[in-house]
Design a protein. Structure first.
Lengths: 785, 498
């Protein structure tokens, strides 16, 4: 025998139903259906004391004197008696109490189905606790099913619904009436076909004075009147009030007063129902239905009055179900569940999150719209939402909206360690109909870790989902433009101080001994902010072809000169090399190779770099001329191999600043870890200049703003408030700005104050000056003279 | 501490014998080094007094308090039994019947709305001795028999390695010992070493049934067969019942399977073995394992039940009183503390129940009757009466003083002399009348085991009255006893106070 249980735990009139009985001789007997009554306005009582305390529900609890007042001694204390309606509406219902309320109806075994109210705001926590309670009640295969669905199952079983159709179900509820429409589907073909209800939306509530709760208030009032002021505390627990609201005949009952005396309560025969208006709006709600099922726990006068009121409202037939229909329907559901037949089909409430698409933030539905699921089946998002966690984060947040909740929530998940790189995360939903909260799972294959977003502990947000989306619709953080130092004709033309570069080039190109110093000085000069060549190695447009050819000839000669020096054939100074480095990217890549080799020989010494200042040329020169991505990568990694506190502001800092600020490829050579190291160097540079006259501050802003160009790689990186590294940089800039406010730093403030203010804006991701690097270059001076 | 042979006795004694109820009265804190359970606490003449119950000794005698000459609980069934053993077996049967009646409450709780009517139906059934009592072995006879049939056809076997001398062409596997054996044999080749029989020591695999799960199965079949035989012996008049036949068939199947397992050289598992995977996961074996543990546990707790059977008797008497009141025509049960059934008895008690046990409202008389057992605040009168069960009858209109009816539930392994008991109890009630209290206690009821001879004795004085009822927990003794209790309840509750 497969044991089946059905529960209708509603707090007003609880029923249980099962398919077996224990005979008085102790043997078990299989029956088609045995209904147990849990009592009217059911309670759970606390019995025993100390460690032996436990809860008892069902008919035994109804008879218990626990919690009925001081007249019963210690057990009469109020806390020993819990109303089931209070337990079901509790924000945190206790599993143990619910389990005892269930086992008080029917001892659990095998397959069990319990009813839940189909009303908006039906608590997922309650569903979760009820499922746990069913398991605690030793039901190995529990299932929760909506009341209207159970009513429909009863109607199908009794033959009232015998073909596919659309039915309306009107459930008498605490507040009034719960309205639901169900589509009855035929599953299977021919003789194996079975009718099953399909639910496609949440039920609605129609508040009415006919609800159990308003009726109970009327009943209490009527009892108080009839008791003439005696034993008011006991009237609250009088059985008569429950019987009156359900239309059952009342009888005299004996109440115990606080002093231990007894008092007889003679209740009115029935509940006064004067002035109760008929429920309104029902015709519209059920206009497309073929049949209406009316489910109420009441009997007698109440049931008759309600049926009389409802009948003229509908043109279609109204089928009034018996009070225990839901419990019997639950057992029918358990039988279907045990034999793997469809119990019912349900829709899933939508769950959405916010993702960042190329078009901006957008709401992403984790549940396919229109998904209908068989009871007991688990849905899993077919296509997970994909997020990226920014590097450097120890936690991340996702935003979730549920169709069943008014407000979205923000779930914060701790990763447990700082991420070294941007990490993709997939989010999906696992959900079973009417089975408590959906599981929102997050999985990162890179982290090999799975997280669960807990809706209940998430922070509820005050704004609506649409407002939240709108708040995210802001542009991506700005990226400072690449620095291109401009070129102009001022250097090329003669001026009062001497000849221009045109004349010098024409003069030197034919000489046996070229004056490399004169050439290098002219190339490095920047009158009116313009070099002879741009930092991309371009000539001004006005330069004719002959001059260009001359320059190229000079470049070849300079190359030959350096080669001979490297070979040790001639002994000369570094002016030819200096000339080459001031050609910026016009300089042949071979020079970059020489300089990189020189960097590698810094410790043991290099033929050309015999003096400390020569290394400044080696580093800054390379920063100026490097044009190939592979060379940039090599240079960056060579610098990053050194400890950041060993960097020199004019060498490593300057070279790194030049590369990051003037190249689109250099930032791409950096990993997150590299960025963090460089950021620490930036902070060090800023810190070192605090209290000084800012003579050594020249390259720090370049390096910082150049570093922000890493947003080319990760568009949302290094934004203060979101990235801890950016927060550190922001702090450093703010401290420097504060330091610059000291009167003695007026000169430095004039030079860097405005720039640093704009750097702050860039760090915040909302830079207003795209040519910030150019402005830094204009204000500062990166010449090596 | 005053050791009392009967709760109403005025004189104490130095040691308990088989005819005595093992009750003591201790003033102040009860001594810790004495086996006891507290039946009732009361304040008598300003002194805290405890009414204590001592257990029956397991070995026939015991110290603290001194107890001598008690029967020992019979264990195995013997072909020839001494008169003492026969008497002990009769005691055990009586205890089992009382247990069965109390356990029927557990079954009745399956439908909490109709507990008392279901219990009534079960007890009605017990009045007919052709209906054997429910027991764990009966349940197992029904539920385990299919599993035994299934396992009989598929007893698990394993292939075990053994070392044997096998012919050369059959050698498949050799272990270290086989190789050592081989090198010690004379000869240059393997063939020479194999000797004239051409056999050598090698590892072979043999089918073996002596696995932990089969040992448990073997232990279970033996134990179940033994318990089934004991149960059948207790119900000689029920041979025609379906239940008896089921248990008989089950015992036979267990015997056959046990013999089969013995033929397969399967040993018997010791109690307390660690279950292996098969015992945990195989549906058939795990069911057998659980059933075996249950029977073992029952065998263990039966010692405790034997020792504390006087407590079980009290619960039985309380149930009988509640049933009698429940059957009164105009009585409505208005309050009853929930009965929490325990999976195993604690000090002879199978269920926990807060006070009050049951409160009835007699509508025609406007009286409230409360059944009290082991009351927390018994009051002075009950304390003096040493009755830990009582009825409290209150007039709702407060016209009469509340009155109590003392209920003594003396239990002894030998039959109590009812005539003598009723006289002595009546005398104690008369003594109590000199005390002044806010309630009255003039009537008493003695409920004691009948040992096969149901009897009712009454002693009536000018203001006081005591009735003694000897009843059994099954058969005619139960029927007559319940009728007497019903009659007493009717007379007592409808009595008009003088």
């Amino acid at each position: 025998m497969r044991k089946l249980c059905g529960y209708d735990l509603n707090g007003w009139r609880d029923f249980g139903c099962r398919n077996w009985l224990v005979r008085p001789d102790g043997d078990e007997e299989e029956v088609s259906c045995s209904v147990s009554h849990g009592g009217i306005c059911g309670v759970v009582v606390r019995v025993g004391d100390g460690q032996d305390t436990q809860f008892v529900g069902g008919a035994q609890a109804m008879l218990a004197p626990h919690g009925l007042g001081a007249g019963w001694g210690d057990i009469g204390k109020e806390e020993n008696r819990l109303k089931i309606i209070d337990i079901l509406s509790d924000a945190d219902p206790k599993v143990e109490v619910l389990a005892k309320a269930l086992t008080g109806l029917v001892p659990g075994s095998g397959f069990g189905v319990a009813s839940i109210d189909d009303e908006p705001g039906s608590s997922e926590l309650l569903q979760d606790r009820l499922l746990k309670a069913l398991r605690k009640a030793r039901i190995s295969s529990p299932l929760l099913v909506w009341r209207p669905v159970l009513a429909a199952l009863y109607a199908i079983e009794t033959g009232a619904v015998d073909r596919p159709m659309k039915i309306g179900v009107l459930c008498h509820s605490a507040k009034g009436f719960a309205l639901q429409t169900l589509q009855i589907r035929m599953e299977g073909i021919g003789s194996s076909g079975i009718l099953a209800p399909e639910r496609s939306r949440s039920g609605e509530v129609l508040e009415s004075g006919w609800g159990y709760a308003p009726l109970l208030e009327r009943a209490h009032e009527a009892l108080r009147t009839s008791a003439m002021g005696g034993a008011p505390q006991s009237i609250a627990w009088a059985k008569a009030s429950g019987r009156m609201i359900l239309g059952l005949p009342t009888q005299a009952e004996m109440l115990r007063l606080d002093n231990g005396d007894w008092q007889m309560l003679v209740p009115p025969g029935s509940l006064p129902l004067d002035g109760l208006p008929p429920p309104d709006g029902l015709r519209q709600a059920f206009r497309n239905c073929d049949l209406l099922l009316f489910e109420t726990l009441s009997e007698g006068v109440i049931r008759e009055r309600l049926t009389t009121l409802l009948a003229p409202v509908f043109e279609k037939p109204v089928f009034a179900l018996p009070p225990d229909a839901v419990a019997i329907g639950a057992m029918i559901g358990a039988r279907r569940y045990s034999s793997q037949e469809p119990v019912y089909f349900d829709f899933l409430p939508q769950i959405s999150t916010i993702i960042q698409s190329p078009e901006g933030p957008e709401s992403y539905d984790l549940v396919d719209p229109g998904t209908t699921l068989r009871a007991g089946e688990t849905f899993r998002s077919p296509k997970p939402a994909q997020f990226a966690i920014q590097a450097g984060q120890e936690r991340f947040s996702i935003y979730i909206r549920k169709q069943t909740a008014d407000r979205p929530r923000k779930v914060t998940i701790r990763i447990g360690a700082k991420l070294s790189k941007q990490t993709p995360v997939d989010a999906w939903v696992e959900q079973r109909p009417a089975s408590g909260s959906a599981k929102i799972q997050l999985m990162s294959s890179d982290l090999a870790q799975q997280f669960q977003a807990d809706w209940d502990s998430a922070e509820e947000l005050p704004q609506t989902w649409e407002d939240l989306l709108a708040s995210f619709e802001k542009p991506a953080p700005t990226i400072p433009s690449r620095l291109i130092l401009p070129c102009g004709m001022n250097v090329w033309h003669d001026n009062a101080r001497g000849d221009g570069l045109l004349k010098i080039v024409a003069d030197q190109v034919t000489r046996a001994h070229v004056d490399w110093k004169a050439l290098a000085d002219k190339m490095a000069a920047r009158p009116f902010g313009h070099y002879a060549l741009s930092s991309d190695g371009e000539f001004p447009g006005e330069i004719d072809e002959a001059t260009r050819t001359d320059v190229h000839r000079l470049i070849e000669r300079a190359m030959a000169h350096v080669r001979q020096r490297l070979a040790g054939k001639i002994d000369d100074d570094n002016q030819s090399l200096r000339f080459l480095t001031w050609l910026f990217r016009l300089c042949p890549p071979e020079v970059t190779v020489w300089l990189l080799e020189a960097w590698d020989q810094q410790v043991r010494g290099h033929r050309l770099m015999t003096h400390g200042s020569h290394w400044k040329l080696a580093y800054q020169g390379l920063g100026r001329i490097v044009s190939k991505g592979s060379h940039e990568q090599q240079a960056i990694h060579t610098i990053l191999r050194k400890r950041i506190d060993e960097w020199t502001w004019q060498r490593e800092t300057a070279a790194m600043a030049f590369m990051l600020s003037r190249s689109d490829t250099a930032p791409r050579a950096l990993s997150r870890k590299d960025v963090e190291r460089i950021a620490r160097r930036v902070i060090l540079e800023f810190k070192d200049n605090i209290g000084s006259n800012y003579n050594r501050f020249q390259y720090a802003p370049f390096l910082l703003v150049g570093l922000l160009r890493w947003r080319l790689v990760e568009p949302f990186a290094l934004v203060a408030g979101h990235d801890p590294t950016a927060d550190g940089l922001m702090r450093a800039v703010e401290i420097t700005l504060k330091d610059l406010n000291i009167p003695s730093r007026a000169k430095a403030k004039a030079k860097y104050g405005r720039i640093l203010e704009q750097v702050v804006e860039e760090l915040a991701g909302s830079g207003t000056n795209p040519d910030l690097l150019l402005d830094i270059a204009s204000g500062g001076d990166d010449s090596d003279t | 501490m005053l050791h009392l042979a009967r709760p109403w006795d005025g004189q104490g004694r130095s040691a308990f014998g088989v005819n005595d109820c093992l009750i003591s009265e201790a003033t102040g804190t009860p001594p810790r080094n004495v086996d006891h359970s507290v039946l009732m606490r009361s304040v008598l003449r300003g002194t805290q007094t405890h009414l204590l119950l001592h257990p029956y000794p397991r070995k026939g005698h015991g110290d603290r308090p001194p107890r001598y000459g008690f029967p020992v609980r019979p264990r195995a069934i013997k072909e020839q039994e001494t008169p003492q053993e026969t008497e002990a077996r009769a005691c055990l049967q009586r205890m089992n019947e009382v247990l069965a009646r109390v356990q029927e409450l557990g079954d009745a709780l399956d439908d909490p709305l109709h507990v008392w009517s279901r219990l009534r139906a079960a007890w009605d059934r017990a009045e007919n001795e052709e209906n054997p009592r429910m027991a764990e072995i009966v349940r197992q006879a029904r539920e385990i028999a299919p599993h035994l049939r299934d396992l009989d056809a598929r007893i698990r076997r394993v292939l075990r390695r053994a070392r044997e001398r096998v012919s050369l062409d059959r050698v498949q596997e050799m272990d270290r010992a086989s190789m050592l054996w081989l090198v010690r044999q004379p000869g240059r080749t393997v063939s020479e070493r194999a000797g004239p029989s051409q056999r050598m020591l090698a590892t072979v695999r043999r089918e073996n049934f002596d696995t932990p799960e089969n040992r448990v199965l073997h232990a279970y079949t033996r134990l179940a067969s033994d318990i089934a035989r004991k149960w059948m012996k207790e119900h000689p008049k029920a041979k025609a019942s379906v239940r008896y036949r089921q248990v008989e068939a089950f015992a036979k199947r267990c015997n056959m399977l046990a013999e089969h397992l013995m033929d397969l050289d399967v040993r018997v598992a010791d109690a307390g073995i660690t279950p292996n995977y098969v015992l945990m996961q195989d549906p058939g074996y795990s069911r057998i394992y659980k059933a075996w543990l249950l029977l073992l546990k029952n065998e263990l707790i039966i010692d405790q039940l034997w020792a504390w059977q006087a407590e079980t008797w009290t619960d039985f008497c309380v149930l009988a009183i509640v049933l009698a009141l429940h059957e009164l025509d105009d009585a409505e049960l208005i309050a009853q503390s929930p009965i929490v059934w325990r999976s195993e008895a604690i000090l002879g008690r199978w269920f926990h129940q807060d006070r009050p046990i049951a409160v009835f409202w007699l509508k025609s008389l406007d009286r409230i009757v409360e059944v009290q057992a082991r009351p927390e605040a018994p009051g002075m009168l009950l304390g003096f009466a040493r009755a830990h069960v009582a009825l409290r009858i209150t007039d709702v209109r407060r016209v009469e003083l509340p009155r109590r009816v003392a209920v003594w539930t003396p239990h002894a392994l030998a039959r109590i002399d009812l005539q003598q008991g009723v006289e002595q109890a009546h005398r104690r009630l008369q003594d109590i009348q000199q005390l002044s209290a806010a309630e009255t206690l003039r009537h008493g009821l003695i409920l004691t085991p009948a040992h096969g001879t149901a009897q009712v004795e009454t002693r009536e004085g000018p203001r006081t009255q005591v009735q003694a009822i000897a009843l059994d927990a099954s058969g005619v003794g139960l029927r007559l006893g319940l009728e007497a209790i019903r009659a007493f309840a009717r007379s007592e509750i409808y009595r008009v106070n003088r």
